[in-house]
Design a protein around this ligand. Sequence first.
Ligand SMILES: *[C@@H]1O[C@H](CO)[C@@H](O)[C@H](O)[C@H]1NC(C)=O
Ligand SMILES: *[C@@H]1O[C@H](CO)[C@@H](O)[C@H](O)[C@H]1NC(C)=O
Ligand SMILES: *[C@@H]1O[C@H](CO)[C@@H](O)[C@H](O)[C@H]1NC(C)=O
Ligand SMILES: *[C@@H]1O[C@H](CO)[C@@H](O)[C@H](O)[C@H]1NC(C)=O
Ligand SMILES: *[C@@H]1O[C@H](CO)[C@@H](O)[C@H](O)[C@H]1NC(C)=O
Length: 201
Amino acid sequence: MALPWALAVLSLLPLLSAQSPVCDHLEAAPITNTTLQRLSGKWFYIAAVLRNSEYQNESRGIEADFFYMTPNLTEDSLLFRQYLTMGHRCIYNVSSGNIQRQNGTLSQIVQDREHFANLWLTKDPETFMFLFFPEDEQNRGLSFYARKPEVTKEQLREFHEALTCVGLQDDEILYTDGKKDQCGPLEKQQEEERKKENTES
Ligand SMILES: *[C@@H]1O[C@H](CO)[C@@H](O)[C@H](O)[C@H]1NC(C)=O
Ligand SMILES: *[C@@H]1O[C@H](CO)[C@@H](O)[C@H](O)[C@H]1NC(C)=O
Ligand SMILES: *[C@@H]1O[C@H](CO)[C@@H](O)[C@H](O)[C@H]1NC(C)=O
Ligand SMILES: *[C@@H]1O[C@H](CO)[C@@H](O)[C@H](O)[C@H]1NC(C)=O
Ligand SMILES: *[C@@H]1O[C@H](CO)[C@@H](O)[C@H](O)[C@H]1NC(C)=O
């Protein structure tokens, strides 16, 4: 039965060779000031594959989600202002986090627990990814963020390629839907208040 074996090897070859350059590019690199400046500002959470059941449960309830990420380059901390839509309602949260430059991770502190993620930069500066539990196959996860609530086919392709790189391509992808967002009015109101404060001071 040499033939099925040969076929199996042949069908693996294009997969492996196509995979490696993409995966090399995606390896977590130390975080620099330039990286942090690129990450600063407003992002939309687009999709994720999450094997950790707690993360998965959280994400299943999210209809839409955008946030402002503000890094502090001198104290290596992060401020998140997050606008979540769950159960057709807007939930606004402010949280903090830390930057571990050497090991390429960022963290967010939610209810006294610090959650770590490896930062994965995409070729496209308008997107990025977070890799969770890289060493733990049972809990591994990859989430995808973009500057706009709608992503292009090309942007989504980078996410799919990355899923292949980390062995998550066969898992369920959880998508958000920007059209379900309920936080627009709150964000607008807060932005106006912020502008007012800035002009007054
Ligand atoms: C996630 O949800 C499932 C089904 O609702 C539940 O059985 C499981 O215990 C939850 N896991 C966590 C970590 O909350
Ligand atoms: C960063 O943090 C330091 C120390 O808390 C603070 O003095 C500084 O104003 C912060 N910088 C920005 C840009 O928020
Ligand atoms: C990064 O930016 C901070 C704040 O502007 C500065 O203090 C620090 O020296 C910068 N680090 C590098 C490596 O340029
Ligand atoms: C947001 O706040 C709610 C309640 O105030 C809390 O249950 C939830 O865990 C928070 N979520 C995040 C992502 O901070
Ligand atoms: C990453 O860096 C932080 C701070 O430098 C350290 O506390 C943490 O243990 C490191 N994590 C890993 C996985 O190396």
